[in-house]
Design a protein around this ligand. Sequence first.
Ligand code: GLN
Length: 536
Amino acid sequence: MHYVFITGGVASSLGKGIASAAIATLLKSRNFKVRIRKLDPYLNVDPGTMSPYQHGEVYVTDDGAETDLDLGHYERFTNQSAKKSDSISSGKIYSNVLNKERKGDYLGATIQVIPHVTNEIKDFINSDLNKEDIVIYEIGGTVGDIESLPFLEAIRQIRNDRNTSSALIHMTYIPYLSSAGELKTKPTQHSVKELLNAGIQPDIIMCRSERPIDKDSISKISLFCNVKQDSVIPALNAKSIYEVPSLYSKYGLDEILLKHLKYNPKNYSLNLNPWKKLLNKIDSQKFTVIIGVVGKYTNLKDSYKSLNEALIHGGIQNSTKVEIKWINAEKLNSKNVKDLLKNCNGILVPGGFGLRGIGGKIEAIKYSRLNNIPFFGICLGMQLAVIEIARNLLKIKSANSSEFKSTSKSVVGLMTEWVKGNKIEKRNINSDKGGTMRLGSYKAKLKKNTKIYSIYKKNEIFERHRHRYEVNTKYIKRFNDKGFIFSGMSPDGILPEVLESKNHPWFIGVQFHPELKSRPLSPHPLFVSFIKSCLK
Ligand code: GLN
């Protein structure tokens, strides 16, 4: 078993997650059994309770973990499903340590960062492995942050252990100073010093840069950072993120990494054909559609990372370039709805939480329903479609979700009980907020002769969920009478999973998050079908 650690320096948001995923792709494309995991330095136990503005999207795994959005990149690039045990935060590490202390596991000892916290990190790194050839660990944050120190110390100790083979890749940023007309390597030198302070010498330095990196800069980095020239790898911007693996390979990253791990790259040939085919498809797109995404966190694209990618995947399959028009729901109202949405070929209302922006999203749904524009509602988007139809078509004027208002006409209400495996989960209004939603993969049954059935072509599906509220089944019949059917239900028939219109070209709301399972090499059928209908 070999470990690869990936740290970041100089600045955040360098795309370290995509880089790590691309490295995993390269190794997988050489037939290695690869696993990729994330260590996050923040003190939240998981990102589940953080605003997307803090942290980007919360990515949900099949086994119900709320994790960092980088796990989404890992899945999309490696085509492998991540697990709960593929990510951890300082908060979780500390909470494990404190629980052990209370249980008396360390009786007699003073609990300290070294060795107790660092041992907990090392235990995580070595835990739950499954005979992988290479396991990649991406360390969140930037070297030099106080919170990341224990992680660096744990990595130092692991690398110091003679029985482990590992490589450390440090990703930095090389800024261009236009006044000097030069790329500057000093920030990189300083961030490598930070690593050295922690007792870690990187093996490979990856340099993010907006401009090609000249030979002189490479030599300088090599000299000052004590890394061989062939291990200083430019990481330049790509046309599409799916081009990143081939770009890195062009600079020899995979070969050099394998050499650091004492493999002979010649014995493991690289096959990037599926990715090359994908890039060809992207280059030869014939059509364009504009999709209006009406959401609350539209200022930060990372808030809807998987959605953004899933729409692109759906487009690739249809030879179509998808342009997303991000529309701030709080700025949309009955007066400007037409202006804002008139050139959209499709409208999507994504998941979300809380009251803000609800009015705008409901207006957008009404507009797409009345104007026969393809509509896709995801989780909150589906719940709001239910509210819109209840108010405007069933004439239940005070119809609402109990998430926003307590009313006797809650067409969407708090989920108090559901079946998970062979257990019944129970919640009430006072339950903790962290990790208590209906999370992860659940089965849904699809009704025959419905649009959703024709899309999935099967009657049982597994999709990932993340919600606390559910559609109230009391109103199902009244919806049916108006041509709206719940064409997917939980296996016990209690939780509506899919809403569709019988009379509209494409009006579908789903309680789950299909975007989490879409991958560039296997796009999600719902997104493929949605984009196809938007093309018409
Ligand atoms: N806020 C809604 C709920 O908890 C929808 C959640 C979501 O869109 N992920 O059910």
